[in-house]
Design a protein around this ligand. Structure first.
Ligand code: ATP
Ligand code: MG
Length: 758
């Protein structure tokens, strides 16, 4: 035991300390959002290393995202200094499994330089298999098969393990056959998909005592964050590794289980005590993240769920503001409104990287992107239309993959005619035939075909010269850094020229992306390192110091926190999603509610929920009604600012009757001044007999309002600002003050965040 003044446990509450100091035996930390689970886990990791209970390389620590792993590594570094350098086994399940698999690839018939393919490649490959078997791809879509295969892999099932029911899941009982064909094909091109990383490793651990014992010995301590979202294959894998020493500490919250659609089983956390008898269960109840208002709203909402363990949360934080619910007309207005709010926050000095917009579905992001581009707001999108999924980036990566691994047929197929070299489907077919006959990769066939009379001489020569280029680039890869290699490849392959020749804005954008890609590669020493990194970045959270608003899905936001959180699209059919409602079951609705709980509890200071009366979904305008989750928020903790008094349909009826009433009224009446304050738009709307929306829009451009200035601060007086600390007032204009802060320098802020400092 250590002195309480130890910086590692300083400031932690007693159960957190317990979690840090109970290093031996199984530990389950089960607690609600923001109670410091991840914080405690991080300290525990630091404690293990610093007290020499284990070397960093002897600890297996699983986080949910790459970003979380990076943050944990940084924090441990802060706590115990650079001694921590290598934490080789700190990462996501996938990253850790990929690293292990590199060492044992041959045990599952792969070479160590195997490629990790993504969904795009996966679908292309499955399509080929389906066609080759003479099946109608329209009737039995590749997507469906991909879904089945993912599900089987998530459950730790190999083709041979499928029961009759599972086999029926695709093409009238041909599920198993296609699964097997797919696995064989992957092996032939020395590749594996995401699901394979874990499944292959599980197979290896199950069938190789030596390898299993090696890892059981190595990992003196095992820790897992977000344990409620582990799936079966991850669970089996962990259990094998931790079985021997039983020093396993898992952390989770049953109320935040939101990945059952990806095979996660909340039951894993519930049966932990059975798997590891004598486990110490630690509960945390103090929330350090959110204001009481936010916490009460979230707790009230999740209280509607029936399937939960139930827990109380409390906080000592300042009450803060109620959760705000804003009703708007449609999605563009929603995006405008959020943009305005964020600009306001920015003027008050709020850093943009503390602002997040969390959406239920990916399609919701575009409206915000459009708006932010037009007002010049800096933003980043995490997940979704990921950088690495853009066509030009995928092309560039395909070149690099063929360089790294000539047997990568999938990559070869992508670029053999990009840029256009006059090689069509016929040419590829000829290569395929030759490759199959000779049992060689396509890249090899592209050379050997020169000695045949299969194709017109011109096509054969084109292939040959392309393969000469590849041979040269492969040599370069041994001497040059990856970024320079890429620049060479793009220039010499004609890829850059082709884009430049297009002379379109899109092409210019693509070129910029490629420049960005090269920039991203500069951090890596070898091409292999970079390619591994790329295949693992699920979240495009490329390190950037610039302050930007974050746009991401609620799912991706798990474990994160932001001062200000905006939650748009809280309408029936969007959230809860149509799918959850159609499936109808209690379970899917409760999972949506857990997602709502996760979303609200990301906010530290302020949470704003929006819903629109009309939304265009899949090209169709539909009028929508506010999400049931809004009605479930406890009233006392919510401030509604909705314009939808009589429900969406009534509002719409009123709307269609008045073309532009505000303009009419404005013409008829003399100019007047509206004072902004709580509810001012509604008051003004009454006065002018129009809608608050029209008021908001008209006043935004005209700025025909006056703000009440503060009278208790004056020029030269010393004041205190919530965020920037102490400073002297330099000037006052309406409700804005210019202040020379002692720490933060000169800034313009809103006077409501300032108080006299005596
Ligand atoms: P989630 O369930 O959302 O993942 P969590 O339980 O992992 O939440 P953390 O992210 O670890 O919670 O902590 C939430 C916030 O509270 C963080 O900002 C963290 O720094 C802070 N915090 C945690 N423990 C303490 C403590 N003992 N004293 C003060 N602040 C704390
Ligand atoms: Mg956490």
């Amino acid at each position: 035991p250590q002195a309480p003044s130890d910086p590692l446990i300083e400031g932690l509450n007693p159960p957190q300390r317990d979690a840090v100091l109970t290093t031996e035996g199984p530990v389950l930390m089960l607690a609600g959002a923001g109670t410091g689970k991840t914080a405690a886990l991080t300290r525990r990791l630091a404690h293990l290393v610093r007290s020499r209970l284990a070397w960093p390389s002897e600890i297996l620590c699983v986080t949910f995202t790459n970003k979380a792993a990076r943050e944990m590594r940084e924090r441990v570094g802060h706590l115990i200094g650079p001694a921590v350098e290598g934490m080789p086994w700190l990462g996501t399940f996938h990253a850790i499994a990929a690293k292990m698999l590199r060492r044992h690839a041959e045990l599952v018939g792969l070479q160590p330089n195997y490629t990790i393919i993504d969904t795009d490649d996966q679908l292309r490959l499955l399509k080929q298999l389906i066609q080759a078997e003479g099946l109608d791809e329209k009737r039995w879509p590749a997507r469906q098969l991909a879904g089945c295969i993912d599900r089987w892999k998530n459950r730790g099932l190999n083709p041979a393990d499928l029961d009759a029911g599972e086999n029926e899941a695709y093409a009238n009982g041909r599920g198993q056959k296609f699964y097997q064909l797919y696995q064989d094909r992957l092996k032939a091109v020395n590749a594996c998909d995401f699901g394979d990383l874990l499944l292959h490793m599980l197979n290896i651990l199950r069938t190789n005592r030596e390898v299993l014992e090696q890892y059981q010995q190595r990992f003196k301590y095992v820790m897992v964050d977000e344990y409620q979202d582990t799936n079966q294959v991850q669970y089996l894998w962990l259990r094998l590794i931790a079985q021997e020493r039983k020093n396993i500490c898992v952390v989770g919250d049953d109320d935040q289980s939101i990945y059952s659609w990806r095979g996660a089983e909340v039951a894993n956390i519930l049966k932990f005590e059975k798997d590891f008898p004598g486990a110490k269960v630690i509960r945390l109840e103090q929330n350090y993240r959110s204001t009481p208002q936010i916490l009460a709203a979230a707790s009230g909402l999740i209280g509607e769920n029936t399937q939960r363990l139930g827990k109380t949360l409390w906080t000592e934080r300042h009450p803060g503001e109620q959760v705000r619910v804003i009703g708007v007309w449609d999605a563009p207005e929603e995006a405008r409104r959020v943009g305005d709010e964020i600009e306001r926050l920015e003027r008050q000095g709020a850093p943009l990287d503390q602002v997040a917009i969390l959406v239920r579905a990916q399609y919701q992001t575009r409206e915000f992107e459009d708006r932010f581009i037009s007002i010049g707001m800096k933003y980043r999108i995490i997940g979704g239309f990921r950088f690495y999924e853009r066509a030009e980036i995928r092309d560039a990566l395909a070149y690099l993959r063929v360089i790294a691994q000539p047997a990568d047929d999938l990559a070869f197929e992508r670029i053999y005619n990009a840029p256009k070299r006059g090689l069509g489907a016929k040419a590829l077919e000829a290569l395929h035939t030759l490759a199959r006959r000779r049992g060689i990769p396509l890249a090899m066939a592209a050379i050997e075909i020169a000695d045949t009379d299969e194709l017109p001489a011109r096509a054969r020569n084109t292939f040959l010269s392309l393969m000469r280029d590849f041979a040269r680039w492969r040599d370069l890869a041994g001497t040059e850094n990856p970024a320079d290699l890429l620049r060479n490849v793009l220039d010499e392959s004609g890829y850059t020229d082709a884009l430049q020749a297009e002379k379109t804005p899109e092409a210019a954008g693509r070129l910029e992306n490629l420049v960005e890609l090269a920039r991203a590669m500069e951090e890596y020493e070898t091409l292999g390192d970079f390619l591994e990194h790329v295949s693992l970045v699920m979240d495009n959270d490329a390190a950037s110091d610039e302050e930007k608003v974050t746009i991401m899905t609620m799912h991706a936001a798990k474990g994160l926190e932001f001062d200000n959180v905006f939650l748009p699209g809280w309408e029936e059919g969007v959230f809860p999603s149509q799918r959850a409602m159609d499936e109808g079951g209690l379970a899917s609705l409760e999972e949506e509610r857990r997602l709502a709980y996760v979303a609200i509890t990301r906010a530290r200071r302020k949470c704003t929920i929006l819903h629109a009366a009309n939304r265009r979904i899949y090209g169709q305008w539909t009028s929508s009604i506010p999400s049931r989750f809004i009605a479930e928020l406890p009233e006392d903790h919510v401030e509604s600012e909705t314009t939808l008094s009589g429900g969406a349909s009534l509002w719409r009826a009123q709307w269609s009757e008045m073309a532009d009433p505000f303009a009419e009224v404005a013409r008829a009446q003399p100019a007047r001044t509206i004072t902004r304050g709580p509810g001012w738009q509604r008051a003004a709307a009454r006065e002018f007999d129009t809608t608050p929306r029209k008021i908001a829009e008209s006043t935004r451009s005209a700025a025909s309002f006056a703000a009440k200035p503060r009278t208790d601060v004056e020029i030269g007086s010393r004041v205190f600002h919530e965020k920037f600390g102490y400073g002297a007032v330099i000037s006052q204009e309406g409700n804005k003050l210019e202040i020379d802060f002692e720490q933060a320098g000169r800034k313009r802020v809103l006077d409501s965040f300032v108080k006299p400092a005596g």
